[in-house]
Design a protein around this ligand. Structure first.
Ligand code: ADP
Length: 461
């Protein structure tokens, strides 16, 4: 197909030829000569001259076309496109300059891309979770660690995610604090993702130049260093334990003082005072027993005395020791455990775990049935303790196995709870390389379960 300029040149050629022909004929006629031979010579000369000019024009057109195509490709992002250079004229100089420009751009873009990829890989693999926020708490940039730490699947989509999507209100609080004050904010916080974990969170304003208004805020979440986390846990534990010990002690001291300052003569009430002292002393005793049990389970060198036991037999034996207390509370106790399911366990510690679960199920159930069920699953021995109690709100489930965590502090205390039972269960079972868990529905009841590997722990063998 011919281009419009091509078509125009062909037309111009024919017009020129026609004009020359007519002019030649007219001129020869005016000179009195025979016009046709002269005209034919003229016409032939024109054809030969045009053919001689045609070749370089065609080459020129091809070279311009190449230049144009390469420039187009470069503009479209293909910086690898090059113009063929096969001459030494001005056009070749232009082509060479264009090729050089594209080469330089390509190299610089490649370097920038590599730098960007390295930066991204670095940010993605940092131990910190990072999120770059705008003033309205939109997330301009975040690394995958950030989403892993807050326990939310990284959102996809064109619109930027907002910080509330991370479902950790404390992060929003710290970000707002930094945005309002214009200063960096750092704090040790607990985030709840399946279980409570301590992190160090920092929010710092980021400005393009020193002294300018910040344009973004960098939020970073870092795992508390092990020493710091241990220290925080220890402080929390000591504070909780002291508080738990102080309450019955204060009560004992109060009643003892009442008795000494005349209460002994108060025949109507003194027996009640003494009974309260006895009950508070019993509470202290069980608290100290639980603390000792926990300390024993948490010892790094805690020995595990594993032997091959008939777990069905153990479950039945322990079940039978709870029959009295269950029937006193008007509850039915069902034990579904056939003998012959064997495993290598530390009997004393398995007993401790199972007793705590049964004690809770009976304690927190007012009517109905408590069922203990022993099963062999594909990979473990599983004991489930189900009750028809009031059930537990899902928001509490992730924290139930923490020390001193209670859903209803008053009710637990009134029933003689220490808040340590489930953390004892967890530690005793984890020592076996096993797992613990709970399923519960409000108004229907709860099932607490423990699983131990049948051939003993893999970690502590
Ligand atoms: P406690 O000594 O208070 O019973 P635990 O560590 O054994 O401490 O249990 C922690 C909390 O879990 C309890 O305070 C109670 O709120 C809740 N809980 C445990 N077992 C049950 C259950 N079977 N039904 C309802 N709530 C339970």
């Amino acid at each position: 197909m011919q281009s419009p300029t091509g078509r125009l040149s062909v037309r111009l050629f024919w017009i020129l030829a026609a004009v020359l022909l007519v002019a030649g004929v007219a001129m020869t006629r005016a000179a009195g000569a025979r016009p046709w031979p002269v005209a034919s010579i003229l016409f032939l000369a024109l054809i030969v001259a045009s053919a001689a000019a045609w070749l370089p024009v065609r080459t020129l057109r091809r070279r311009f076309g190449d230049l144009h195509a390469a420039a187009d490709a470069m503009a479209g992002g293909d910086l690898g496109a090059r113009v063929p250079v096969d001459a030494h004229d001005d056009l070749a100089l232009t082509a060479r300059a264009l090729n050089e420009l594209a080469g330089r751009l390509e190299a610089e873009l490649g370097a920038l891309r590599r730098e960007r990829d390295a930066g991204e890989a670095l940010l993605a693999n940092l131990p910190q979770g990072l999120a770059l926020l705008t003033r309205d708490l939109s997330i301009k940039y975040s690394n995958s660690r950030f989403w892993a730490m807050v326990g939310v699947t990284r959102p996809v989509g064109a619109a930027p995610a907002r910080l509330p999507l991370a479902r950790q209100p404390i992060l929003e609080q710290l970000a707002e604090e930094s945005i309002q004050s214009g200063r960096s904010v750092t704090s040790d916080v607990a985030l709840y993702v399946e279980e409570k974990r301590e992190f160090e969170v920092a929010v710092a304003p980021v400005a393009a130049e020193a002294g300018r208004e910040p344009e973004a805020w960098l939020l970073s979440i870092e795992d508390l260093r092990p020493e710091k986390r241990m220290a925080a846990l220890r402080r929390e534990f000591v504070a909780n334990a002291s508080h738990e010990l102080k309450t019955p002690l204060t009560s004992i001291r109060g009643y003892a003082e009442t008795l000494l300052s005349g209460g002994l003569e108060d025949a109507a009430n003194r027996a009640r005072f003494v009974e309260t002292i006895r009950a508070q002393a019993a509470r202290l005793e069980s608290l100290v027993e639980d603390l000792l049990a926990l300390a024993d389970l948490e010892r790094p060198d805690a020995p595990l005395e594993r032997k091959d036991w008939d777990i069905g037999q153990i479950v039945r034996e322990i079940g039978s020791t709870f029959e009295d207390v269950a029937s006193r509370r008007g509850l039915r106790l069902v034990v579904e455990a056939r003998p012959g399911i064997r495993a290598r366990v530390d009997r004393a510690r398995l007993d401790l775990a199972l007793r705590n679960l049964l004690d809770n199920a009976i304690k927190y159930t007012d009517v109905g049935t408590v069922t203990v069920r022993l099963e062999r699953t594909a990979s473990a021995i599983r004991i489930g303790v189900s009750d028809t109690g009031r059930g537990i709100d899902p928001e509490h489930l992730p924290r139930l196995f923490e020390r001193f965590y209670r859903v209803d502090r008053g009710r637990s205390r009134a029933l003689g709870g220490t808040g340590l039972g489930l953390s004892i269960v967890k530690h005793a079972i984890q020592l076996h390389g096993g797992r613990v868990g709970v399923e519960s529905r409000i108004g229907e009841g709860s099932t607490f379960w423990i699983e131990v590997p049948p051939d003993g722990p893999h970690l502590h063998s």
